[in-house]
Design a protein around this ligand. Structure first.
Ligand SMILES: Cc1cc2nc3c(=O)[nH]c(=O)nc-3n(C[C@H](O)[C@H](O)[C@H](O)COP(=O)(O)OP(=O)(O)OC[C@H]3O[C@@H](n4cnc5c(N)ncnc54)[C@H](O)[C@@H]3O)c2cc1C
Length: 359
């Protein structure tokens, strides 16, 4: 019989993230499908007064968990390996957990493998699904840069499973009162050796990576190439790309060629960094739709599109990689002209919406 712990941390505002609710939904379905299994919620929260943890627990009180445990306090306000690991260890032990399902946040990814080691368990990251197969829990994850999908089981317990954000539907339910058990965790100077010095984030108007966006716009090196007039047009490229991101609230990806150009200090698209790169040596973001512009659609690039549901591309070349079955729709057209027109349409749409709201 499995004892399942849904393990999560609250966000800076005390709420639970979408990724946390997705992991909760997976933990609930495991507990339903495994005969005799029970579900416990384990929360890590900043607030000494337990209010944040209580509010978070209340927000998921209807999830069917038998127990709600929390480790709270200023020492847990910000991510730090030593304190996060101590809290996760205490929560796992207090729950008597055999299966631990957690969202695959950077905070948990940093420490849960270490916690599994301490508890003589195992940890698997980047899981995209957990399900019950032939009476046993089974995890799905991708290998070889998202080219091969594997499903596996483990005998070792406790088994820590970090679920990739965006892999499933978030749990939704009405809030209620949860009977929260507060778990003391002793934090001494040894655990405080690493100090959190602050966040460094791009200005919000420079923020180009938006994991929750409906659309991923991917820019390729074509934006920096000589165009029909024999000139390059980096200023136009920047205006069109940033304008589109702003209007569509889209997330921005880049091909390796383009981000490498930016990284080498060439005056191309200064807002494009290696963090934007999608593909074999880049990221595999999850968005319902993707639009590739001025990018060739070569295989190492396209593996980054594994989890994009609907793919479209704009390329001057009718024989580009996208034309070979990698895009659902290929527009054989000049991306400068298409994006200019698209931005005009989006501006008109937004102006119309504004007028309607004012009226
Ligand atoms: C081991 C390995 C790993 C790699 N990993 C990655 C990875 O993670 N991510 C990645 O992206 N790449 C990766 N690559 C590189 C990849 O194979 C491609 O070389 C790269 O993605 C090509 O980038 P690009 O399409 O932006 O540029 P290009 O190949 O230069 O293509 C530019 C395109 O722009 C088009 N174009 C030009 N002007 C216009 C216009 N006005 N309108 C419309 N279209 C226009 C051209 O027709 C052309 O198709 C990897 C390669 C290797 C060997």
């Amino acid at each position: 019989m499995e004892t399942i712990l849904f393990l999560t941390h609250t966000e800076a505002d005390g709420s639970l993230s979408k990724a946390a609710r997705e992991a909760l939904a997976a933990a609930i379905s495991l507990s339903r499908d495994l005969p005799g299994a029970s579900l416990t919620v384990g929360l890590l929260s900043a607030d000494d007064a337990v209010d944040d943890a209580q509010a978070a627990a209340d927000s998921i009180a209807g999830c069917g968990a038998a127990r709600f445990l929390a480790v709270t306090g200023g020492d847990f306000a910000t991510p730090r390996y030593a304190t996060d690991a101590a809290a996760a260890e205490a929560l796992t032990q207090a729950a008597g957990a055999t299966l631990v399902v957690a969202p695959g946040t950077s905070r948990w990814a940093r420490c849960l493998a270490g916690v599994a080691q301490r508890l003589h368990g195992r940890a698997d990251t980047h899981a995209t699904a957990v399900a019950v197969e032939a009476g046993a829990p089974a995890v799905t994850r991708w290998y070889y840069r998202q080219r091969i999908e594997g499903v596996f089981e483990r005998a070792q317990r406790p088994w820590f499973i970090l679920l990739e954000p965006g892999s499933g539907e978030p749990w939704q339910g009405a809030p209620a009162h949860a009977a929260l058990e507060h778990l003391p965790v002793a934090v001494d100077e040894r655990l405080r050796r690493t100090a959190f010095s602050g966040w460094r984030a791009p200005r919000t108007d420079r923020q180009t990576i938006r994991p929750e966006a409906d659309l991923l716009l991917v820019a390729g090196a074509g934006w920096t190439k000589r165009q029909a007039d024999g000139q390059t047009h980096p200023a136009d490229a920047e205006r069109l790309i940033l304008g589109f991101l702003q209007l569509a609230q889209a997330s921005l990806g880049g091909s390796k060629s383009l981000v490498d150009l930016s990284g080498e200090g060439q005056a191309v698209l200064p807002f494009m960094t290696h963090l934007n790169q999608v593909g074999q040596t880049g990221s595999t973001p999850r968005h319902p739709k993707g639009l590739a512009t001025c990018c060739h659609g070569e295989e190492p690039h396209v593996v980054g599109w594994r989890f994009i549901n609907e793919r479209r591309a704009i390329n001057l070349d009718p024989n580009c990689g996208w034309a070979r079955g990698k895009a659902d729709v290929l527009y054989v057209a000049d991306a400068f002209a298409v994006m200019e027109h698209l931005n005009r349409l989006l501006t008109m749409k937004q102006a119309g919406k504004g007028q309607n709201e004012a009226a």
